[in-house]
Ligand binder design. Structure first.
Ligand code: ATP
Ligand code: MG
Ligand code: MG
Length: 651
């Protein structure tokens, strides 16, 4: 790969690599990648939660610089100090979950826009981007004489939503009018399903991977799912004027009502996030909370711990538009109620509001001010009769639920739970399809190689698909993620293709896995594909033409490089740390991994050999030689370095 190619990479909108030239890049990238890999492995094994954030940042801002990056041990130390300071300023998430002596009960109502081209009772198609008041049928504006016409297409996403929440779809449901007077409601009432909703009695299962703290599993009951109209959008203007946009008025929503069984703020947020994922996975609702497609009201009550009898008085906090707002509002409202009760007062049933970034809920209206909705069946609308065959048909075609897919990814493909969750959540669920495409192409590459023997019954190649799929996940998530901060530049499609074709990424991963190319080469190839420097389908050709195949040096040569590094007098203090480690009793002192990485870093910078060295191999050799050669020599009193070792001893 010539200079011109690398020059090009500099101009990429890349969050990850700012390559300067082949020579610097060669060692900097390799060293950096290896550090990240090492650090990631270790992180999984032994690090505390607080430190993770810092290391992750290390991994995503890997801009190689001519001077060696700060040693990882230092970053870890800094991050420890950092997380300590943060802790003293703010209580931890875990500490916020429970208040001793008190039980919390949370029930949630979620309003979600259905994925349908029409409004609930008119053929107008609501759109968030259309100019105001351009998607309005006469009925949406409640013009006299206009009538509601139920749009049967709405039933498909609505039933899908009910099924995703494991509800029983009712054979017949009805529409009711809920009356209130407000400028966001042109008819003076909202059409909803009060007496006979679309579906009842479902459940949503929450686990640690959904955001619960600890290992418990919480099953949240779904009381009912009902179809209803959205309201108009209003925009407050100076002088008490309200601008009203009817584009949203009458759009089809489902209201999902949970039972009041959530016990912690984290469970409340996890529930809303999970419902969003389930609805999205079922194709029932495709606009998420951030884009305003999903809103939640939380109902909060508290009771003295262990007290029998009914739940405490419910207070409803309306219109929360982020997962964080859900969690924060529950914490604030719970604490407010506890303070009232501990002060000898009584909690009043009321409706409250929440301001993003706030610390307290604020009163909107009390029970006595609560509107009497005067629910009544809508005389203009007949019952919705759902043919059980439609329900069956949709259930059969519903595919895997998010939970089942996560179980697959973890159980069969060996991904970490965290990677599985991220993979399924990215690019509206399209990233995981890309991952499957890459795996499929890898399989073809793998079996294709075997196929050259043309034997009728090939045994399964002795490969470890788990390692391979974990490697593939790493590339589909982290390597691809590092190309750009703006994931829309990847242009991921619903069938799982993007500007880096899945087959080409598979070729890179395949050769990396086979140790045919170095991680540095693999990174550069990915960048080449992303920048358009390497045309689709030309990965192998590029490796051939630019002679990027990896020819690794021998173990003895590695040993010689290691010896040259420790022969340098200024690593004496570093070597002393290993001596201390091996001389200690009781195993209290931890192995100086950071120092080891420092030495390997030095190895990787030994001039002309660097191109043919693999950091993992270098690490293995250095670790072994420290234990078997350098430390014993220091114990014998010969000193760790400085006297310029000659020939390498065998490793
Ligand atoms: N004591 C309680 N503590 C916490 N949550 C409760 C309590 N009692 C009921 N809830 C929850 O309050 C919610 C009530 O929602 P529902 O839609 O039935 O009535 P609503 O809030 O009066 O109606 P809307 O707000 O739609 O006009 C449910 O999620 C339910 O689980
Ligand atoms: Mg409700
Ligand atoms: Mg409510």
């Amino acid at each position: 790969m010539g200079n011109s190619g690398f020059e090009k990479y500099k101009r990429l909108p890349s969050g990850g690599f700012a390559l300067s030239g082949p020579a610097e890049m060669a060692e900097a990238l390799r060293l950096q990648n290896w550090r990240i890999r090492r650090e990631e492995e270790r992180r999984q094994g032994e690090m505390a939660t607080g430190e993770r954030i810092q290391t992750r940042r290390l991994a995503t801002t890997s801009t190689p610089s001519p001077s060696p990056p700060a040693p990882v041990w230092k970053l870890r130390k800094d991050s420890k100090a950092h997380s300590k300071a943060a802790k003293s300023a703010k209580p931890s998430k875990a500490a916020l979950q429970f208040v001793p002596g008190w039980d919390l009960a949370v029930g949630i109502e979620i309003h979600a826009q259905l994925n349908t081209p029409h409004k609930l009772f008119s053929p107008a198609s609501p759109s968030a981007h259309a100019p105001p008041n351009t998607r309005v049928a006469p009925f949406d504006a409640a013009l006299p004489g206009s009538q509601p016409v139920f749009q049967p297409g709405v039933l498909i996403p609505a039933v899908r939503a009910a099924l995703a929440l494991r509800c029983a779809v009712q054979p017949a449901s009805r529409f009711d009018r809920k009356h209130y007077f407000h400028w966001d409601q042109p008819a003076g009432y909202q059409i909803t399903q009060y007496y006979a909703p679309l579906a009842r009695d479902g459940s949503v299962t929450l686990r640690a991977r959904d955001g619960l703290l600890g290992d418990e599993v919480e099953v949240v009951g779904i009381q009912q799912v009902q179809m209803e109209q959205d309201t108009a959008k209003t925009l407050a203007q100076p002088g008490g004027v309200q601008w009203v946009d009817l584009n949203r008025a009458g759009a089809a929503l489902v209201e999902i009502i949970s039972r009041p069984t959530m016990r912690s703020p984290a469970a409340a947020a996890a529930f809303v996030r999970k419902v969003q994922g389930l609805l999205r996975g079922a194709d029932a609702c495709v606009v998420g909370m951030e884009e305003g497609g999903l809103r939640a009201d939380v109902n909060v009550s508290v009771k003295r711990a262990g007290e029998a009898g009914p739940l405490g008085t419910r207070v409803e906090v309306k219109n929360l538009s982020s997962f964080k707002a859900v969690e924060d509002a529950v914490v604030a409202e719970r604490d407010r109620q506890i303070a009232v009760l501990e002060g000898g007062g009584l909690v009043e049933a009321e409706t409250r509001g929440w301001t993003v970034g706030g610390t307290e809920t604020r009163r909107l209206r009390g029970k006595e001010g609560e509107v009497d909705y005067r629910y009544m069946p809508d005389p203009d609308l007949g019952p919705v009769v759902v043919d059980p065959r439609l329900v069956e048909h949709l259930a059969e075609r519903s595919g895997m639920s998010v939970d089942e897919e996560l179980d697959e990814l973890v159980g069969r493909y060996g991904l970490t739970e965290k990677d599985a969750v991220t993979l399924t959540g990215l690019d509206d669920g399209n990233r995981v399809q890309y991952f499957y495409n890459v795996l499929e192409a890898l399989e073809t590459l793998r079996t294709g190689n075997w196929g050259e023997h043309h034997a009728p019954h090939q045994p399964e190649p002795p490969q470890d698909p788990e390692t391979l799929s974990r490697l593939a996940a790493n590339w589909c998530l982290h390597k691809l993620g590092k190309l750009t901060n703006d994931s829309s530049l990847l242009a991921m499609t619903p069938n799982g293709e993007c500007v880096v074709p899945s087959g080409d990424l598979a070729t890179i991963i395949h050769h990396l896995h086979e140790h045919d190319i170095t991680a540095k080469t693999a990174n550069a190839l990915l960048l080449g594909l992303f920048s358009g420097d390497i045309p689709p389908g030309h990965v192998r050709q590029t490796i051939d033409e630019q002679q990027l195949w990896f020819h690794e040096i021998s173990r003895d040569e590695y040993a010689a490089v290691a010896d040259a590094v420790v022969a340098d007098g200024d690593v004496k203090a570093v070597l002393d740390e290993f001596l201390k480690y091996y001389q200690q009793e009781g195993g209290k002192k931890q192995y100086p991994e950071g120092k080891l990485m420092f030495l390997v870093g030095r190895m990787m910078r030994v001039g002309e050999k660097a191109e043919s060295m693999d950091p993992g191999s270098a690490e293995g050799v250095m670790r072994k030689r420290i234990k078997e050669v350098y430390v014993p020599r220091m114990m014998r009193g010969a000193g760790g370095g400085g006297e310029g070792e000659g020939k390498a001893e065998g490793v």
